[in-house]
Design a protein around this ligand. Sequence first.
Ligand SMILES: *[C@@H]1O[C@H](CO)[C@@H](O)[C@H](O)[C@H]1NC(C)=O
Ligand SMILES: *[C@@H]1O[C@H](CO)[C@@H](O)[C@H](O)[C@H]1NC(C)=O
Ligand SMILES: *[C@@H]1O[C@H](CO)[C@@H](O)[C@H](O)[C@H]1NC(C)=O
Ligand SMILES: *[C@@H]1O[C@H](CO)[C@@H](O)[C@H](O)[C@H]1NC(C)=O
Ligand SMILES: *[C@@H]1O[C@H](CO)[C@@H](O)[C@H](O)[C@H]1NC(C)=O
Ligand SMILES: *[C@@H]1O[C@H](CO)[C@@H](O)[C@H](O)[C@H]1NC(C)=O
Ligand SMILES: *[C@@H]1O[C@H](CO)[C@@H](O)[C@H](O)[C@H]1NC(C)=O
Ligand SMILES: *[C@@H]1O[C@H](CO)[C@@H](O)[C@H](O)[C@H]1NC(C)=O
Ligand SMILES: [Cu+2]
Length: 654
Amino acid sequence: MDRTHRRNVRAAAMALSLFASAFAQSTVTKPGQPSKTNAPLGQFEIVGDSIVSAQQLFLGTLDKVYIVDKTEGNPTKINGHPAWAAEYSLSKNGGRPMDIVTNSFCAGGTVLGNGTWLNVGGNQAVKVGGVQADSQNGGGDYDDPDGGNSYVQRLTTSALINPCDDESCEWVITTPMTTRRWYPTLETLEDGSAIILGGCDWGGYVNSADQDNPTWEIFPPTDGDVVKSDILSSTLPVNLYPLTWMLPSGKIFLQSNWKTALLDYKTKKETALDDMIDAVRVYPASGGSTMLPLTPDNNYTATLLFCGGSNLQSDQWKTNWDIAAYNASDSCVRITPDESSSYVEDDPLPEGRSMGNLILLPNGKILMLNGAQTGTAGYGTEDWTLNESYADNPILMPIIYDPSAEKGKRWSRDGLSPSTVPRMYHSGATLLPDGSVFVSGSNPHADYAVKNVKFPTEYRVEHFYPSYFNERRPEPVGILSTLSYGGDYFNVTLTKDDLFGDVNNVKNTKVVVIRTGFSTHTMNMGQRMLELQMSYTGNTDGSATLHVNQMPPNPSTFQPGPALVFVVVNGVPSMGVQVMIGSGKIEAQPTAKLATLPSSQVAAASSGNSTSGDNSSAQGSNDSKNSAAAGLFGSIPSLLVAGLLSLSLLSSLL
Ligand SMILES: *[C@@H]1O[C@H](CO)[C@@H](O)[C@H](O)[C@H]1NC(C)=O
Ligand SMILES: *[C@@H]1O[C@H](CO)[C@@H](O)[C@H](O)[C@H]1NC(C)=O
Ligand SMILES: *[C@@H]1O[C@H](CO)[C@@H](O)[C@H](O)[C@H]1NC(C)=O
Ligand SMILES: *[C@@H]1O[C@H](CO)[C@@H](O)[C@H](O)[C@H]1NC(C)=O
Ligand SMILES: *[C@@H]1O[C@H](CO)[C@@H](O)[C@H](O)[C@H]1NC(C)=O
Ligand SMILES: *[C@@H]1O[C@H](CO)[C@@H](O)[C@H](O)[C@H]1NC(C)=O
Ligand SMILES: *[C@@H]1O[C@H](CO)[C@@H](O)[C@H](O)[C@H]1NC(C)=O
Ligand SMILES: *[C@@H]1O[C@H](CO)[C@@H](O)[C@H](O)[C@H]1NC(C)=O
Ligand SMILES: [Cu+2]
């Protein structure tokens, strides 16, 4: 398919998503049960072949994981050259190669507020062995035009209809930018645009002054400014893929090498916070990192968790010594940057770990998996490497962190079993709608390498099944397909079966929103989880209605764009449904006050005594809190279109 054709396909998909957004208040189809039954709990299962190696991966629709590799000699071909991108169908456990055109080597990515995914930056064109190609405009061994010039590649998936599920989606090149970015980080902003930070011109294990790009810019461009960052300018050589999160305060947390800052991108000013402690967390030390779930209980205050990495000082990032034998850090730290500028020690890992991803699970716990006990990210040809790998001693055992457990008891391996597949440099993981975790990738090599090497180029896809996986899943009815920032609450109904036969389980029910993010280099850019405010009415027949508030009226708390919603009863999540957060457009998001929720109530099931019973609030639905947020029912009338058109109906109308 030529590029003109691809643009036409894209234009059609865009028109479809615009039409769908007119039915903003429709509800999603009731989620069912996982197709997988009798899953091996706490274990990994090899389920499929990723076609290309999963250096980058993300969940784009309920059925599709998009995989992006660097240019290399993968055996699967597309348009006459090796493929380095793929669309993987979860229902088919296989898929098709895609043509991502330029060399996407160590690119960054995120999803915009309108449902379009970006893949930004990369490396120059290469030929066999990963060495510079003779032409930067395509042709040669791999036909891979230069990707370093910050090309933005765009792939539209939509929360409302899934144009990609008919395999019509392709990556298209949009704006070539003015600066080169290899290893940039992307973060979606509160208006649904994205900030693109950092990177270098030509790559390498770490950055250097002669090729540094310590700047940021916004896509789609507003004033076109490329703004110099103080912290990125002062953290060589370990300032690639800085760790960033949009905070509820509207500032961007920015962590690079040992330094930390808050960036106010509107005034283009940075404020220093305390230095990182114990270990470097950014690439190539590659600690795991995530924002902890934002909940009514913590007043939607962001706390960031960093685990593992490597404690090298800035002058030790040289490749003339045996890095692969050097112990990774076991340190975990937390910071709550809108409240405190300091890091605090958290429970350490049982062993040091570099390249361990932290994946938010819908039950509020955090799974750590992948990575190695010694060494760091990266590869090279020095004589101390393990067939190019800069890391050794893969950690096959996952481990689970409970943010709400008391200090000293947060990590657990109860009921968990190891994987059989080392996941070294260039691997990734993401949560899936069925609550399992997709794991793929590993390729610490300049090119495709499978023969006689310790850590081969991996295509095996695994699922990890958390302990809740085989439970009957709640099947909530009434989840809106679009959530606004404030406004009227909505009702979600659960049957007696959904409440495991006991209406009182409604007191231990939560509605959570998760953005699974863009996984690469031990980061899941954009990953975040928010528990909605709710109260409940338990009925005498054992069913219940959840009264669920919209998103907090602050888009910096959870940026606009597609996300999954799960209803979690006693720690057992429903299947995730895909919804759009916000207006579906890149724009200042409309906000309104949150509604006052009805007070929580459970009727005594056998007596029909509906005036008695338990008035206790569900978590986060304090009467005091609700009256504080009181007001403005129907303040966004344009969204109050009756919610009768289900997703499937809508699709069939089209
Ligand atoms: C989303 O916005 C980007 C940037 O303006 C644009 O390239 C893309 O086509 C938009 N997607 C949709 C579905 O409108
Ligand atoms: C949340 O806010 C309330 C009211 O301002 C306060 O009483 C409470 O301590 C806060 N909780 C946390 C965890 O910060
Ligand atoms: C590295 O870690 C291993 C395993 O925990 C430990 O036995 C060894 O003493 C550590 N080496 C150094 C130099 O700290
Ligand atoms: C991988 O390393 C081993 C051990 O050093 C060596 O014997 C082998 O030849 C290497 N493989 C390749 C493809 O170089
Ligand atoms: C939600 O359900 C309650 C009864 O449980 C009803 O009074 C209320 O009108 C419903 N609200 C909406 C927004 O549907
Ligand atoms: C209704 O609940 C109240 C308070 O718990 C109790 O005193 C009363 O006996 C109940 N009535 C019936 C018919 O169960
Ligand atoms: C529940 O709330 C109602 C109205 O506020 C009150 O009359 C009743 O006593 C409360 N019941 C319990 C068990 O607290
Ligand atoms: C309920 O309100 C009290 C104070 O009024 C506060 O301390 C507590 O954190 C609130 N609980 C929830 C779940 O919001
Ligand atoms: Cu890389």
